[in-house]
Design a protein around this ligand. Structure first.
Ligand SMILES: [Zn+2]
Ligand SMILES: [Zn+2]
Length: 147
């Protein structure tokens, strides 16, 4: 394992994802799908390149697409139902921040998308669909240039 390698897994431990790259971006997504999947106000999401992902337990993952974001394929654990991995057109992968075994490997959250109210703090916040797309693209691009 190289130094950049990180492991993430769901709480039952059956679905492990190996990530061979430092995070490109970390953000909070407040969209309705994330709220439902995470049973929470938002999802804490880490974006990496899809090519950096190695999934050992694909058979244990249930994949779904949702009509409002058909480009994103979302994988949840068949055993504990927790989100494990999301992929965007084979380019990007999204890993739940809480699944990282080494939380110190993660940067602080850099933005908030699909928020239902404007920022109440210093974190860049986008509410509308397009603002959210722009903000998340900007965060990921910045990560790509850092890498
Ligand atoms: Zn979302
Ligand atoms: Zn699980």
């Amino acid at each position: 394992m190289s130094e950049a390698t990180q492991l993430s897994r769901c709480s039952c431990g059956k679905c492990e994802v190996r990530i061979e790259q430092p995070p490109l971006a970390r953000f909070h997504c407040h969209c309705s799908i994330c709220r439902k999947l995470y049973q929470s106000d938002y999802a804490d999401v880490v974006a990496v390149s899809a090519s950096a992902i190695d999934i050992s337990a694909d058979a244990d993952i249930h994949y779904d697409k949702y009509r409002s974001f058909p480009a994103v394929r979302r994988g949840t654990c068949k055993h504990c139902n927790e989100p494990v991995i999301g992929t965007l057109m084979g380019l990007l992968a999204f890993v739940p921040g809480r699944n990282y075994l080494d939380q110190k490997a993660l940067p602080a959250p850099q933005g908030r998308i699909f928020a239902d109210q404007p920022a109440h703090d210093d974190m860049p916040t986008a509410c509308s669909y397009w603002q959210s797309q722009v903000l998340v693209s900007r965060l990921i691009m910045a990560g790509m240039f850092r890498a």
